[in-house]
Design a protein around this ligand. Sequence first.
Ligand code: MLT
Length: 334
Amino acid sequence: MKFLTTLTLGASLLVGTTAMAQDHIMRLSHGENENNPTHVMAAKFEELVEKYTDGRIDVQIFGSNQLGSEQEVAQSVRTGSIEAEILYTGNLVPLAPSIGVMMLPYAFTSTQEAHAAMDALQDPLNERLPGEAGVRVLGYLEKGFRVLTNSEREVRNIEDLQGLKIRVSKNNIAIETFRSWGLDPIPMAWAEVFPALQQGVIDGQENPYTTAVSMKFNEVQSYISEIHYLIWSGPLIVSERWYQGLDADLQEALNKAGREAAAFGRDNSASETEVAKKALVEMGMTLSGAPEDEAKWQEAARALWPSFAEEIGGEEWVTEASSIIAEATADLSN
Ligand code: MLT
C-alpha cells in the first residue's frame, strides 16, 4: 500500500498536485497473525498485484480477523463491501457449498494430491461460485494436515478422544466427522478459539502445525495427535461484483498474482510446517503421532461421504468434481 491518504473506489486519486496511478483499493482480510503462511501469501499477493498493475490496484491487508470472523467477511465479500479474503475452506462452505468437495474427510493422503486437486478445480469452481456465493477464487493455499491439540491427555486412539470438548469450524462436515468418532464437538468462530482454550471453555481444537505455533497454542495446549483427516486448504476469494467492474487487464493481473501467491504460500507452508512441529515439541508439547487405530477413524468418517453430497453442491457436481480430482491426482497415486 503506497501513498494512501483517502479511500477511493473506481477513480484516480489526486493529492495536492500529484496525480496517483492507483485506481482501486482492494481490502484483503484474513484471520491469522503475521507469522502465519496465510499472511505470507497475502503479502506476496499484495506485492505481485501492485507490480502487475503498476500500482493501479492498491492491496490493503487486514489480518487477525480485524474486519470480522472468516464467515462474516465472506458474506461481505459476497456483497462487495469487502473486496477479498483468504479463509479456510471449511469457513466458506456454508456460503459456497460446491467448494466442500475439498472437505471430504480422508480424501487426500498428501499435500501434492491436494495441490493437484485445488489447481484442477479452480476453473470449474469459478463457473459455479460467482452464482452460488458472489465470489471467485484467485488462488488456493494449502497448509498441511490439521492436527488435533488438547490440554487434557494424549490421544492415541479413539477411546482417548471420548469426552474431550473439541472446537470445530462452523460447518456440518466437520461437525458430523467428529460425531462419527463419538464426540459432540463445539462449532465456534476461529476468532474465539484462543480465549476459549485459555478459559477452559474447550479442551482442544484442530488446525495445522504452523497455526498452532503462530497462535502460541503451546501456552494453553499440551498434546498433539496427527489425525490426518483433512488438509487445510483455503482460497483467496474476491468479490465477483467488484472483479467484474475491473478492466480486463486488471482482472488478468489479479488471476496471475493469485496463482503465483498461492504457490509461494504453499512453499512457505511446507518449510514452516517442519519448523513448527519441532518448535512445539521443544516448547514442551507431547506429540503422539498418528492414532494407533487410524483405520477405525477413517472408516467411520469415510462412511459419511454419501450423506454430504447435498451440502457440497449435489450429486451431479460431486461426480464431476470427483472425476476432475481423480484425473488430476492419477499420476501421483501410481
Ligand atoms: C479454522 O479452524 O476456523 C481455520 O482453520 C482458521 C484458519 O483460517 O486458519
